[in-house]
Design a protein around this ligand. Structure first.
Ligand SMILES: Cc1cc2nc3c(=O)[nH]c(=O)nc-3n(C[C@H](O)[C@H](O)[C@H](O)COP(=O)(O)OP(=O)(O)OC[C@H]3O[C@@H](n4cnc5c(N)ncnc54)[C@H](O)[C@@H]3O)c2cc1C
Length: 182
């Protein structure tokens, strides 16, 4: 059976959820397909001690602010809880465990196929899939002669860096890349 929609959103991270908020506000028929089991984006994959680099009042999604002191810097776990509560609060039509395998143009519409065989037809598709599942390992001059390990956060998320381990850490954050030598 094919589900017909105005808009199909791929990914229920903060971008997908904010998109859902505006689509709902415009009364459009839409669904969000999320590969993971919860509508929380990449946040659970980040290291456990992470705190936001911006205060709560600048980190809220549209229509429903972070609770508590707006000047505090929320932790990773607070962000995860906030995103899940945000999706539940607005009762967005999110299908979890639904990985999109293919998006094909089909006349004036798009035909979207999920990995488990579901078919969706939509007038527009929003790809809010983030970057986290495609880690970026930059080419650094001299890397071929470097004797230590090169790894990204994707592979190393809950491990504490141990000094002297000869590990070079890379993290691509919002608009920048951080590197750290241990
Ligand atoms: C170390 C670190 C610190 C950071 N600190 C901050 C911070 O302080 N403040 C801040 O604002 N940002 C911070 N960021 C950036 C923030 O995590 C990202 O900008 C944010 O997660 C991007 O949201 P998104 O919705 O675009 O993508 P994501 O959060 O990556 O969500 C994408 C979603 O799409 C789903 N998806 C992917 N492919 C498919 C598919 N084929 N089918 C279905 N679903 C799919 C994924 O499962 C995921 O749930 C940090 C990032 C890092 C790495």
């Amino acid at each position: 059976m094919t589900t017909r929609l105005d808009v199909l959103v791929i990914g229920a991270g903060q971008a997908g959820l904010a998109t859902a908020y505006h689509l709902q506000g415009h009364g459009l028929r839409f669904q969000v397909l999320e590969a993971g089991q919860r509508p929380v984006g990449a946040w659970p994959q980040h290291y456990a001690s992470l705190k936001l680099f911006s205060p709560a009042r600048h980190a809220s999604l549209p229509g429903w602010p972070f609770s508590g002191d707006p000047e505090r810097y929320p932790t990773r776990n607070e962000v995860v809880a906030y995103l899940e509560a945000y999706a539940a609060h607005f009762q967005f039509p999110i299908v979890t465990g639904a990985e999109v395998a293919q998006v094909l143009p089909d006349g004036e519409e798009f035909r979207v196929l999920s990995a488990d065989g579901r078919i969706f037809c939509a007038r527009a598709v929003v790809a809010a899939t983030g970057t986290f599942r495609r880690p970026f390992m930059p080419e650094v001059p001299g890397r071929e002669t470097f004797g230590g390990k090169c790894c990204t956060r994707w592979r190393t998320r809950n491990r504490r860096p141990s000094w002297g381990s000869g590990c070079w850490w890379w993290a691509r954050e919002t608009r920048r890349c951080r590197s750290r030598w241990n």
